[in-house]
Design a protein around this ligand. Structure first.
Ligand SMILES: [Zn+2]
Length: 431
């Protein structure tokens, strides 16, 4: 088994090198990528079967019939114990095992519910809700994690009230639409459909500006479905730009903010662990652009830059991981290529700006560690932040929010980062 896996890995690696040399584009995966992550042509996925499962003997019901759900199976072990089976859309895959389902009973009863996984291990602390909108973390005293058997057991009191259980708060197409509708109440906020996903869902583009201008801040998010805390980071950052303050208003007069907050609607609404509907990691497709979703972003960026008076001053891609991290690039990796002096200068200026900006954020948040990592990806990595720098010399970075970061702290950090960015932004505007 291990041997054939190794042979497959060697085969895929050599395939990749061969295929890249023919297009003259080297693709370097990230250290934590599973084999084949940088191959972005369509892959087969296992669709989940949507249904309400009922146990007539005990009167227990469970359902995955909603946007963002993931519950592949549920079976009864004894009178009061049930096992939920959580599967990825395809494998190998990063360990981000998303689950989300509803459970209830026609008479009150206490049960044990096992969460079990294939191709992944328990990662997300369960969140619960009674309406699918307002969520709280389930008290850890009712959750037992058994790493030996790769299982988490939840002690639950079921009743006729539907209980929602989810890896993170449920933030799907519906949530984004509501958020966009709410923000576009402001005169200076508009949104349109920039393009469509593989399944034909809208990929929205929000624009925030008070005057016509040629300077752009470009923000994207949710390449990866379970990364809900990245959504909270993006939401709070963008809301700070839309705030009714003098700082924000001055910023909006000089800089246009373009936000594509929801790059992977198919993956999110299907309850995927990582990929889009074609089984592909979208943040590994920014060299090949085989998938329609990154192409929508690319088109919008190229549309702005086709006007040679226009300038994207910064590009931010919001994600989530185990802790808060700001991924920037090392100066060394930025200067490696045979660049003109002008391009070198532009890159140096952009990254010095980011570095001082994040220092300012740190000064304003002395009790918080602004964690900067500048060496993870290579200039040939197929991520969005690398693409924008490689092709356009636009400073880009990945804003990672921890899975477990307190939601109030996410807000505080994102608001502070936005305020400090707005304060420093005149330094990025060409005269
Ligand atoms: Zn991500």
């Amino acid at each position: 088994m291990a041997k054939s896996f190794l042979i497959l890995t060697i085969f895929l690696t050599s395939f990749l090198i061969v295929s890249c040399s023919t297009t003259d584009k080297t693709i370097t995966s990230l250290p934590y990528d599973p084999p084949g992550a940088t191959i972005t042509t369509d892959k087969e996925i296992s669709p989940q079967y949507y249904r309400t499962i009922s146990f007539t003997g005990t009167g227990v019901f469970a359902s995955n019939e909603f946007e963002g759900a993931r519950l592949n199976d549920l079976y009864q072990v004894n009178d009061s114990t049930y096992t939920a089976v959580i599967l990825p859309e395809n494998a190998p895959i990063n360990n981000s095992p998303w689950y989300s389902f509803k459970i209830w009973a026609n008479k009150k009863q206490a049960i044990n519910l096992n969460l079990t996984y294939k191709d992944g291990t328990h990662r997300y602390k369960p969140k619960i809700s009674y309406d699918g909108v307002n969520w709280q973390q389930y008290d850890t005293i009712y959750v037992m994690v058994d790493t030996t058997n790769n299982m988490a057991t939840l002690k639950l009191n079921l009743s006729e009230d539907t209980l929602w259980i989810s890896a993170q708060e449920l933030v799907t197409s519906k949530t984004y639409k509501e958020w966009l509708d709410a923000l576009s109440q402001f005169d200076f906020v508009d949104y349109t459909i920039a393009g469509k996903s593989s399944l034909g869902k809208p990929i929205y583009k929000m624009t925030i500006k008070e005057n016509e201008n040629n300077n752009y801040l470009f923000i994207i998010g949710r390449n990866h479905p379970p990364e809900v805390t990245g959504y909270f980071g993006l939401k709070n950052f963008v809301e700070a730009i839309a705030e009714e303050s003098e700082l924000a208003s001055e910023f909006r007069k000089k800089i246009t903010t373009v936000v594509i907050p929801f790059v992977n609607p198919d993956g999110v609404d299907k309850g995927h662990w990582r990929h889009n509907i074609n089984g592909v990691d979208l943040n590994r497709d920014w060299i090949q652009f085989n998938q329609s979703e990154p192409r929508v972003v690319k088109n919008e960026v190229e549309k702005i830059l086709s006007n040679n008076k226009s300038n994207i001053i910064l590009f931010i891609d919001f994600h989530s991981t185990i802790k808060d991290i700001f991924y920037t690039f090392s100066m060394e990796s930025l200067m490696k290529e045979d660049l003109s002096e002008e391009r070198k200068e532009k890159r140096t200026y952009g990254y010095n700006f980011i570095s001082v900006w994040l220092q300012n954020v740190q000064e304003r948040l002395p009790d918080y560690q602004v964690n900067i990592i500048d060496s993870l990806s290579k200039s040939t990595s197929p991520t969005s932040d690398r693409w924008i720098m490689r092709e356009f010399d636009v400073p880009g970075f990945t804003y990672e929010v921890g899975d477990k970061t307190n939601r109030e702290l996410i807000k505080k950090v994102a608001q502070t980062a936005a305020e400090e960015f707005m304060r420093r932004s005149p330094l990025l505007i060409s005269p």
